[in-house]
Design a protein around this ligand. Structure first.
Ligand SMILES: Nc1ncnc2c1ncn2[C@@H]1O[C@H](COP(=O)(O)OP(=O)(O)O)[C@@H](O)[C@H]1O
Ligand SMILES: [Mg+2]
Length: 253
């Protein structure tokens, strides 16, 4: 079943067609990659799909219902959660507190209200946060301030915050950028485990090894338009993709 479906998705910034007439489908249980050169429109697509920007044109359906006009927190309430290309943690809070903030990202309570009731979080919410921390390997750091974590763990904490609400669709914007090889392999394994536990994944990533080794289907954007779509092997051998993006010698192994 199609979980997320966009038709004719378009976003113009003045004269710039950042996203132009893109059709995109993500089925339940898939790991789909969205790739393309810098400026291709990947993050703009994420912003449109997650309610952070209104499209200039086109339709988006999530879990069978149109999403036009829904705010990001309303998308979260429906089960669509995205992370950001730039790490957006609450730097002065602990790791555990960050996950609690993630758990409340769809509530309309402002940050101040969440903080005011800090000591009063119900046991089931605390249990959920500890479960997410254990799952993402952050338990040992739960009382550390977010700002004190190494980069790789900060990025993982961003994923943990998104997972707190048990999303149906998790959209990750460059989750392994800036990580060393070990860290990025660990995060890509985490992505597979998240999917195996029932969360569908849409992933933007520059690291080709990560994308090719993790995604079942890949969509390539170039200058805001869809250039190709297919399995990693199909995309990696597509002459248009090689010319625009991959260059010779990139293997999908
Ligand atoms: N808020 C904005 N206002 C104006 N132009 C934007 C805005 N966001 C993105 N762009 C432009 O849209 C194009 C696509 O950007 P982006 O979606 O960030 O690409 P990618 O994530 O693929 O690198 C770029 O040319 C970028 O400069
Ligand atoms: Mg981007």
């Amino acid at each position: 079943m199609a979980l997320l479906e966009a038709h004719n998705l378009t976003k113009h910034f003045g004269g710039l067609a950042a996203v132009h007439r893109v059709d995109l489908t993500v089925h339940d249980g898939e790991i789909v990659g969205l790739i393309g050169p810098n400026g291709a429109g990947k993050t703009t697509c994420f912003n449109l799909l997650s309610g952070f920007l209104p499209p200039t044109d086109g339709t988006i359906t999530f879990a069978g219902a149109p999403t036009l006009g829904l705010k990001p927190y309303e998308m979260v309430a429906r089960g669509l959660v995205r992370t950001f290309q730039q790490t957006t943690l609450f730097q002065e809070m602990t790791v555990l507190q960050n996950v609690l903030m993630g758990l409340h990202q769809h509530s309309r309570r402002g940050l101040g209200r969440v903080l005011a009731s800090w000591r009063a979080f119900p046991p089931d919410e605390m249990a959920r946060c500890h479960e997410v921390l254990a799952f993402t390997g952050l338990t040992a750091m739960s009382e550390q301030l977010a700002k004190s974590l190494p980069h790789g763990h900060q990025r993982t904490l961003g994923i943990a915050m998104a997972l707190a609400v048990r999303p149906r669709l998790l959209m990750l914007d460059e989750p392994v950028t800036g990580m060393n090889l070990d860290e990025s392999l660990r995060v890509m394994q985490l992505v597979k485990t998240i999917r195996d536990r029932g969360t569908t994944i849409l992933l933007v990533e520059h690291n080709m090894r990560a994308v090719m080794g993790t995604c079942e289907r890949i969509l390539v954007l170039n200058f805001g338009q869809k250039l190709a779509e297919g399995t990693p092997a199909e995309v990696a051998s597509n002459p248009d993709v090689i010319a625009a993006y991959l260059g010779p010698g990139v293997s999908h192994a």
